[in-house]
Design a protein around this ligand. Structure first.
Ligand code: NAD
Length: 371
């Protein structure tokens, strides 16, 4: 029987676990001997006892080195990779565009490394798409974070003490996180406007009952995978001009504008922040990849000179770790189940999903972008 090891996350900010007790049970039924690192699920609300009841064995971190399959949420250290078994399979969020040395460490160790970020955004791969499942939650969390940080209430209220206007939210970037942010802001009663450089998004924004802010940037478009293309400096300038007035009137601005594998564009300048109302709140969801907002800092809240709160949380979904782990774990299970045939997990490099997400195999880096 092959062994699957569930790592405990070592980053102190991380609260999620890659496999929940429910998934551990399902993986057992699929034929795996599941070992879970002691305490791995505690921060997400899953005790070692729950994993044991689900049929998993509680193990020490060193046992990862004997496993056939190791799964985690965040990337391991190069030292940990060196201890993995030759021929084993590793799956987590490897951040490959920024971690070339780590990808080389996998190749050197003879471990097959699969990066969840590289799963294609196709219909068939949706069930194992961690970027989507976690961005969806992050979009929800961003709205709640803003709503509980601002000094006003979100919905309109007509009371004997007067009428309270609804909060105005402006969502910049309408991918998975942005769509959920729009839906959540609408649910709490806010008035919502949104903008994205991909014109196809306008219909989706409208269907959620929000207003699409029109800014003519000329040719923008998207890649074959649906990711935004980088704008020219002139287009960025046009975008900033077009957005400044909307930001000035907004109570909350949430930015989610990312460029896959590249630094995020700075689209809200210090000048635009200076034009916003004191007490308003900005959540920069792209802060980890460089930030959309000038002055935002990873995992810090900054107050601008004119009293605008800029929140730079890098992992909003970690604030709902039970749900985030439930979704992440389902993605992990679906990945393994998808590639299991005749009771055996098979690494089929002809398969477009496997080919896309495997970044190291047989002692080599398989994607030249990470060499
Ligand atoms: P992302 O996190 O890469 O970017 C977030 C959003 O920011 C995107 O909508 C992007 O267009 C936008 N953006 C980039 N630069 C901008 C700028 N200067 N100003 C304003 N907005 C800007 O996006 P994502 O959520 O990962 O989604 C990427 C694509 O994948 C989308 O087309 C999405 O619909 C698609 N997708 C498809 C599936 C599927 O079919 N299975 C699943 C998930 C996502």
């Amino acid at each position: 029987m092959k062994t699957l090891f569930v790592s405990a996350e070592t980053d102190p900010r991380e609260t999620r676990v890659a496999v929940t007790p429910t998934d551990a049970k399902k993986l057992g039924k699929l034929g795996w001997a599941v070992k879970v690192c002691r305490g791995a699920g505690v921060k997400a609300g899953f005790s070692d006892a729950q994993y044991s009841e689900a049929g998993a064995e509680i193990a020490d971190s060193g046992e990862a080195g004997a496993a056939d399959f190791v799964v985690g949420v965040r990337k391991p250290s190069a030292d940990d990779v060196a201890k993995l078994k030759k021929g084993s399979f590793h799956l987590s969020l490897l951040d490959p565009f920024n971690e070339k040395a780590l990808i080389k460490a996998f190749a050197d160790a003879g471990v097959t490394a699969a990066s969840f970020e590289m799963i294609p955004r196709s219909t068939i791969a949706q069930k194992m798409d961690v970027l989507s499942s976690q961005s969806n939650l992050a979009g929800y969390c961003a709205v709640l974070k803003a709503a509980t940080s601002i000094n006003k209430i979100a919905p309109m209220m007509m009371t004997p003490a007067g009428t309270i206007s609804p909060l105005k939210f402006f969502i910049v970037g309408v991918g998975v996180a942005g769509l959920q942010a729009i839906a959540t802001a609408k649910r709490i009663g806010a008035r919502v406007e949104a903008f994205d450089t991909r014109p196809v998004v306008e219909e989706q924004v409208k269907s959620l009952g929000a207003k699409f802010v029109k800014i003519d940037l000329g040719e923008t478009g998207q890649t074959a995978q649906g990711y935004a293309k980088a704008l020219t400096p002139e287009q960025i300038e046009l975008q900033r001009k077009g957005m400044a007035k909307v930001c000035a009137q907004a109570d909350v601005v949430i930015t989610t504008a990312k460029l896959f594998g590249r630094k995020a564009p700075v689209i809200i300048t210090a000048e635009m922040v200076a034009g916003m109302k004191p007490g308003s709140v900005v959540v920069d969801m792209a802060v980890e990849s460089g930030g959309n907002v000038e002055g935002s800092k990873p995992d810090e809240t900054v107050i601008s000179p004119n009293g605008v709160m800029i929140i730079g949380n890098t992992c909003l979904e970690a604030s709902v770790p039970a749900t985030a782990s439930q979704m992440y774990g389902a993605n992990v299970y679906n990945f393994i189940e998808h590639f299991t045939s005749d009771g055996e997990f098979r690494v089929n490099m002809e398969d477009p999903i496997m080919k896309s997400c495997v970044v190291a195999r047989d002692g080599k880096i398989t994607d030249e972008r990470f060499m």
